[in-house]
Write a protein that binds this ligand. Sequence first.
Ligand code: GLN
Length: 483
Amino acid sequence: MHNKTIAEIARDLRNKQYSSVELTRHFLDRIQQHQELNAFVSVADEHALGQAEAADKALAAGDAPLLTGIPIGQKDIFCTRGIKTSCGSKMLDNFESPYDATVVEKFKQNGAVMPGKLNMDEFAMGSSNETSFYGAVRNPWNVDCVPGGSSGGSAAAVAARLVPAATGTDTGGSIRQPSSLCGITGLKPTYGRVSRYGMIAFASSLDQAGPMTRNAEDAAILLQAMAGFDGKDSTSVEQDVPDYRAELNNSLQGLKIGIPKEFFSSDLNADIAAVVNSAIAEYQKLGAELVEVSIPSLNQSIPVYYVIAPAECSANLSRFDGVRFGYRCENPQDLADLYTRSRGEGFGAEVKRRILMGTYALSAGYYDAYYLKAQKIRRMISEDFKKALSQADVLMGPVSPSTAFGIGEKTGDPIEMYLSDIYTIGVNLAGLPGMSVPAGFVDNKPVGLQIIGDYFAESRLLNVAHQFQQVTDWHQQIPQGFE
Ligand code: GLN
């Protein structure tokens, strides 16, 4: 059961090959058997089995939504009523949300089963899942390596077949980079496509939720459930949601693929370049044409992001003060002591580093020099992407400069860690959709191909990814020990 895609499981459930309760039990058992990966922060057995029973009834009654009875893991950044929402932080280790995030609510409406909450970097800050209060997640392809981050629990769980699919969030690469490092399919939608309501905010102008699945068809099915206008999120875009599976089988004859030359500079690791280039060659066989394009401002994206994201996070995280949410220190002497010790003890080192950077960038006298300047360069980056996308239908390149690296290898050097997102962050700054699609291996570790599209062109991206998956089997590879 665990090697089937969502589309296949949906069919099996309707053909009564197994029930949702059997399916859910099977995945809960696998989650239990593979605790060594540390992919889950909470497992919600009873909750999931209750949902599965209800799903079986709905399936028997007929006309149940496609996701009915299918277990979907939720990144622990989404608020879930009745189940702890920690966001990977000690600060929220005792937090139970009184309401569901819109994404969670939508999965419920679609009949999905929620088996548990997935581990992540603390407040989604990181590229390796090592900043989690609950410890590092292990990559099923090599358990001494990281799964990437911040949606590392989601990526590891999908790759290891502990769930058929999961949600992630991507502020600077956190869906695409772990998808690349774990050999799964991940889609970061256009900013505003999926509601951020109830998704704990990191950097509000960048955060976007999306599906993490085994293939593009499943990503289309999940996005269908997640996308749509939400009056509770002021940045949610009021635009119709298309049928994301309708274009999957369109031919790629004449597709124009833009190759940003900055993605293929001499800095790019030769083995990764070889995988990405052979994937692009596969597209040429499918009838696509290549056009060289340029994103001259791309090398500014990391410094710009590390001004804007910390600035926004310093404001968003000010609510965690020991009074309103989560962790409170023991025996505070006075109010200042309560604030400082609750925050000092509740947040981990990376989160504190970001709050310090952000507060500094926003402080009087520095605002113009850092934050305002970063916003101007952000506009330039968007314009460069827009220009490139006016010359091509999609852009392609690498997702990550390296394959999965060793646990502990980069924790001592934050800048080295920040460089993990060199190819993904520009897409967030521009608000564009991007995907990671399994494209090969280097030393038995997966490598993803990044596909970037125009605003709201998710159907196109899914079509481009799906066609590749019809002629390759990288997405069907299973890590050893998880067959
Ligand atoms: N790795 C980046 C960071 O640490 C991006 C994280 C994300 O997309 N949530 O901020």
